[in-house]
Design a protein around this ligand. Structure first.
Ligand SMILES: *[C@@H]1O[C@H](CO)[C@@H](O)[C@H](O)[C@H]1NC(C)=O
Ligand SMILES: *[C@@H]1O[C@H](CO)[C@@H](O)[C@H](O)[C@H]1NC(C)=O
Ligand SMILES: *[C@@H]1O[C@H](CO)[C@@H](O)[C@H](O)[C@H]1NC(C)=O
Length: 592
């Protein structure tokens, strides 16, 4: 993804002097790989120049194998399950008793944000269906709805795949003339409008107005709004709900919800207990994967690469945190670890010749082709090859579906996209932003994750999945693009100044002459636009498979924004350490 701190020895700097070509105008770090790789042939035959490999000097994992294995798992077993079951019955009764549409929608919103809506899937679908047909379906009902009901309903409907036109807000300005910032009802309405606006598609200009207006209004009137709303508003202005990782949001919202005078104590209890029970499952997933990671020995044998198992759990849990997804999450952890290692092989450690041969072996899926490669590449290829065969074998025996051809294709695409970047790097070529992104949405690894995810989304028959994969092309593209852009925005100014491999920001600066600050703004704008496209593509997901899949893909984009919001949280895990601890290691307190 990105390599910070490339260390180059003095010796290697002096060898640069021999380097004649135009690369000389680029920064030293950039051409080292080129230089060494061009020497690599001769290294074995002549002993004049030792092969000096690059090192990205990644920080080691913050979590050792022994530490992970020693973490206690408390919240499992029948006692907790039966307590949870009885609270679920109570909440079901609560859901069955709501009558007013606004109260119903607020309840659904709370259940979702508390992270427990998955227990009440059928009840929620039934209620939304009913409210959609009673209120949102036709124009003639709109007059009977107040703006707050429209706004909250619009968001929940779009979130659940119902199409509601933006026209529902066409006269929103009429309603806001008499707004009073100190009134709770008025400000909750502003907040709901604000959140709704993030479900927009391209060219929905009413929603753009809604977004601009509410953002400015909430900011400008912040000091007047009721005290019990201020933390919600701050939270929303920091990042809209639609862009937040559900599991991370649940931790925040449980605490927030509990403070309300209107809160339901059973829902709070259930949310806490459920969080802890699901966390116990995540921790078991991690322990399992950490044994796999130890057994594959890459930490020792490929020590130049990042060891990011725990951070990969964040990606996997971010994509889908539900208990039943446990096996699938472990597969995603494997996939994440493989992508990270391959990325470091291409970005940092491998020489050009090695990388060409390695890519060839992946494209031909032929283990015989690694015979001549150095040990580290044999280990890398072999470990990768075994893992893919294992994943494919499991799918074949469990679902009867032979997925290996699809896996081969997507991993070959990934390695080919890496090679494009290596080639650019080698020749000193800075691509245009468009050229870069056309490759970059693949080289960020997201299409590989999503291809695996599509086979792990075990809804529907093989036929349906295959059709779904075709229909999901845009979802994959936009989700991957957000990941790429967010990742690039996490690139520090230091790296840019140092002239590391050009990413989006540098490509745009090079192409347009913009400053770094302007380029960052532009990339942010692209992310905002891509969200609208992703919303639209999701809206087109008609079958159940595609819908499930699109939720995972949307979550992938959310995790990306989370991971890179304060810099490269993946390269520098200390940046997200406290969140990792509260997500995976520390139960929520106050239950006994
Ligand atoms: C949005 O509008 C622009 C300009 O009118 C048009 O080129 C584009 O195709 C539209 N996009 C969509 C998704 O309708
Ligand atoms: C916040 O306070 C107002 C009164 O100012 C009250 O009407 C409202 O229900 C409170 N909201 C919550 C979520 O506690
Ligand atoms: C992108 O959207 C975010 C969230 O609404 C906003 O804060 C930011 O200003 C937008 N960026 C650009 C460049 O439009």
């Amino acid at each position: 993804m990105c390599f910070s701190l490339v260390l180059v020895s003095f010796f290697s700097r002096s060898t640069l002097l021999f380097y004649k070509k135009s690369y000389a105008k680029r920064k030293g770090f950039n051409i080292c790989k080129t230089l060494y790789s061009s020497q690599s042939n001769s290294v074995s035959s002549t002993t004049t120049q030792p092969l000096v490999r690059r090192s990205a000097n990644y920080v080691p994992s913050l979590w050792s194998f022994d530490h992970i294995q020693s973490l206690p798992i408390k919240y499992k077993g029948n006692d907790y399950t039966s307590r949870r079951d009885s609270m679920m019955e109570a909440v079901k009764a609560l859901i069955g008793n709501v009558r007013k549409p606004l109260t119903t929608l607020e309840l659904i919103d709370d259940l979702q944000r508390l992270g427990i809506a998955y227990h009440f899937r059928y009840e929620i679908s039934y209620l939304l269906e009913k409210i959609y047909h009673n209120f949102y379906h036709t124009h003639d009902k709109w007059n009977s709805m107040n703006l707050n009901l429209k706004a909250l309903g619009f968001r929940l409907m779009r979130q659940h795949g119902y199409y509601v036109t933006e026209e529902i807000f066409c006269n929103f300005k009429d309603h806001i003339e008499n707004l009073k910032p100190h009134l709770y009802e008025d400000m909750i309405c502003m907040l709901n409008l604000y959140e709704a606006s993030y479900h927009s598609f391209e060219n929905e200009s009413i929603l753009d107005h809604v977004r601009d207006f509410t953002t400015i209004y909430l900011k400008d009137n912040f000091e007047y709004i009721p005290e019990n709303l201020s933390s919600l508003v701050t939270h929303a202005l920091e990042l809209p709900l639609h862009w937040r990782v559900p599991r991370v949001e649940a931790i925040w919202y449980i605490e927030e919800y509990e403070k309300r005078n209107s809160m339901n104590p059973t829902m709070v209890e259930l949310a806490k207990l459920d969080f802890n029970m699901v966390q116990a499952i995540h921790l078991e997933d991690l322990k399992h994967s950490s044994r796999w990671w130890r057994d594959i020995c890459w930490e020792k044998k490929l020590s130049f690469a990042r060891d990011r198992l725990v951070e990969n759990l964040l990606w996997a849990v971010g994509i889908n945190y539900l208990p039943h997804f446990s096996e699938e999450r472990k597969t995603l952890l494997t996939v994440g670890a493989l992508i990270t290692t391959l990325d470091d092989v291409y970005d940092v450690y491998g020489t050009l010749d090695e990388l060409y041969q390695f890519t060839d072996a992946i494209n031909k899926w032929d283990i015989n082709l690694v015979d001549e490669l150095p040990d580290y590449m044999k280990i890398c290829f072999h470990g990768f090859y075994n893992s893919m065969n294992h994943i494919s074998y499991n799918a074949l025996t469990q679902t009867g579906f032979f997925i290996l051809p699809y896996l081969k294709k997507t991993w070959a695409d990934l390695c080919n996209s890496y090679i494009v970047e290596v080639r650019w790097h080698h020749s000193g070529h800075t691509p245009t932003l468009e050229e870069y992104l056309e490759n970059g949405y693949k080289s960020v690894g997201a299409p590989v994750i999503l291809m695996h995810l599509s086979f792990l989304t075990s809804i529907g028959a093989t036929e349906e999945i295959l059709q779904g994969i075709e229909g999901a092309e845009n979802i994959v593209r936009y989700s991957s693009l957000i990941l790429r852009l967010a990742d690039d925005l996490g690139t520090s100014s230091d790296e840019i100044a140092r002239g590391d491999n050009p990413k989006s920001i540098q490509c745009y600066m090079h192409e347009t002459g913009a400053t770094e600050e302007e380029a960052r703004k532009y990339i942010e704008l692209l992310i905002n636009k891509t969200w609208k496209k992703l919303n639209k593509a999701r809206g087109g997901a008609k079958c159940r498979f595609l819908w499930e899949f699109s939720n995972g893909a949307t979550n992938l984009a959310r995790v990306a924004q989370f991971m890179y919001s304060n810099g490269d949280g993946y390269g520098r895990p200390d940046l997200i350490k406290s969140q990792v601890i509260s997500l995976f290691f520390n139960p929520i307190l106050a239950i006994e």
